[in-house]
Design a protein around this ligand. Sequence first.
Ligand code: SAM
Length: 275
Amino acid sequence: MYYSPIKMKELLSKHGFNLKKMFGQNFIIDENIINNIINVSNIDKDTLVIEIGPGAGSLTYKLSEYSKNVVCYEIDETLKEVLKETLKEKENVEIIYKDFLKASVLDDLKKYEYKKLYVVANLPYYVTTPIIVKIIEDNINVDKMVVMVQKEVGDRFKASPGSKDYGSLSVFLNYYFDVKKVLDISKNVFIPKPNVDSIVVEFSKKQNLKELKNKELFFKLIRDSFKQKRKTLRNNLKGYNLDKIEEILLKYNYDLSVRAEQLNIDIFIEIANNL
Ligand code: SAM
């Protein structure tokens, strides 16, 4: 493979390929990082892996060795010749040249048999959150996601109540997954070198999801609660049954002067289930 800056540049220029900032193209050029991602992912020959953005195929190549199949989505068709070269012996890899955000992923996966479904990817930074949200909203039902993201975005994904990064997205993700950081990544392992460091975050599907009487109401409640982060629930939730909400908050030694950022997911679930 092409795990050195010189070899990667040679490969790309041989095919007349220019890296595009607009697609968040920062390609990994360090084999150790790829091995580390593979190790923490724990994929095996029962696993179907979805990779969003194979780029030049550095991660894809190793994913294909350890998994049953790899289905990749790549928005940039000008990578075709590059990927033909780097993945030429890899028969268990399918590359779908499409914007992942517009893809019908469940249809694309129908022809595959697998026991576990993972997403493993170095995500394009400009659409990281929409990609994660799509995976959940489309009910793709992944068992695990191991994704490289910009550090500040990853901090929001895994934030706990009370921390500055905790927001509606953290609560939304924490409903479905246990989220933790598994690797720190220096900006020196990419070409071109990005401005910020990255982390690899692991999302593991929660085994027993807490029951929600009305999912839409729950997610609306969370969005509204965090609408103005510095405001209290009394201010953010004006149209709701505030007496009922306060009754629940009091059980946890809070009242309506609390801010959403202090409340854990179980309190939100209890409020939503009682509205
Ligand atoms: N996996 C490669 C690596 O680690 O070297 C490339 C990672 S690069 C950060 C992100 C990749 O996602 C690029 O190949 C880019 O073209 C692709 N991409 C960007 N937006 C996309 C989208 N909406 N759907 C699918 N692929 C996308």
